[in-house]
Design a protein around this ligand. Structure first.
Ligand code: ADP
Ligand code: MG
Length: 326
């Protein structure tokens, strides 16, 4: 069995790329990093526990991907450029094959976005992967939850609800056809953080959040921080072909997945109506669907979701809350 230090050396020590200003990386008591002048340091942390955030038999490469992806998604939501990350990992045993796959999933995604792993902690325990991510944003330009303005359009990237359907499928709560299952599981296990979109939205969006706990709950955070209300047109909420095909058999389930399903890691943002053409061009350029789903209204309205006939749709239980009574 590998020792703790062999694990770190073999799987988690890599030469930092030039350009990321890593003055000292893995190997000392802490890393030394230089933030570019005129920039703010953007920091976030997200933890994944076996049995809580992923199934015990998840493929290690997918866990490696996802524990970093969810953190990159936080950078995206801030409009930040991700640069550095730290990984605190608990493992019941130092299984080399498991570690090799986990590290591959992790490093592949880190490479795609030019992020350097500059430190962490390794300990024995039930599988847990806690990543801290650090990024940069030109001072004063970060996308925040508190910037939504009256009459802003509300936008969503990609599609909503796929990951939640994937979870329901794995749990046997509904049955997706093979193609839909493949799509939904891919969305659940290897989410694609919208980093490029987030960076492009600086100077365009007034506010942003990543959809990790469910659309209604996460838009709710923007509304609360911005002291605003919102009107959403349910039919305009973007959905995948897989989800549309599943709708007839599982109508209510699908509606809940769209409004309250977690783990989508899309961006929800608001922007002035004058940005519509710019955003349509951006969607084309990125090859990413951007859907206009509603608008910001006065705070008294709260969050209203309407169907095609203008009738209010009751919101399902709001997003995921780890401490909610079960
Ligand atoms: P300390 O005892 O000072 O916390 P450790 O012995 O835990 O240091 O770690 C040694 C070095 O390896 C440190 O630079 C630490 O940041 C790094 N490290 C430990 N675990 C990981 C990991 N899972 N991924 C990346 N770096 C790690
Ligand atoms: Mg340590």
């Amino acid at each position: 069995m590998l020792s703790e230090f062999e694990v770190i050396r073999k799987f988690f020590s890599r030469t930092p790329r030039p350009g990321n200003r890593v003055n000292l990386g893995v190997g000392d008591d802490a890393a030394l990093l230089s933030v570019a002048s005129g920039h703010e340091l953007v920091a976030a942390c997200d933890m994944m526990l076996v049995g809580r955030h992923f199934f015990a038999d998840v493929e290690p490469a997918k866990l490696g991907h996802k524990c970093l992806a969810v953190n990159l998604s936080d950078m995206a939501a801030m409009g930040a450029v991700p640069r550095w990350c730290l990984l605190a990992l608990a493992l019941p045993i130092a299984d080399e094959a498991w570690l090799a796959e986990f590290a591959q999933g992790f490093h592949d995604l880190a490479d795609r976005y030019g992020v350097d792993l500059v430190g962490g902690d390794t300990t024995r325990g039930p599988y847990t992967a806690c990543v801290q991510i650090l990024g940069e944003v030109p001072s004063g330009t970060a996308l925040r939850r508190d910037g939504a303005r009256l009459d802003d359009d509300i936008w969503v990237s990609g599609t909503l609800g796929d990951a939640a359907l994937g979870v329901a499928h794995v749990r046997g709560e509904l049955k997706l056809d093979t193609r839909a299952a493949l799509h939904c599981l891919q969305r659940l296990e290897t989410p694609q953080p919208r980093v490029v979109l987030g960076e492009a939205l600086r100077g365009i969006a007034h506010s942003a959040i990543d959809v990790s706990d469910g659309f209604a709950a996460d838009l709710g955070h923007i509304l609360q921080r911005s002291r605003a209300g919102a009107e959403i047109v349910f039919e305009q909420l973007p959905r995948s072909d897989a989800l549309i095909r599943s709708r007839d058999a599982h109508a209510e389930r699908v509606r809940d997945a769209i409004l309250a399903g977690g783990d989508d890691y899309e961006l929800c943002f608001t922007a002035a109506q004058s940005q519509r053409a710019t955003l349509a061009e951006l969607a084309d350029k990125l090859g990413l669907r951007l859907s206009r789903v509603g608008r910001i209204v006065a705070p008294a309205a709260g969050l209203v979701v309407r169907d095609a006939d203008g009738r209010d749709i009751a919101l399902p239980k709001t997003g995921f809350d780890h401490f909610a009574a079960t």
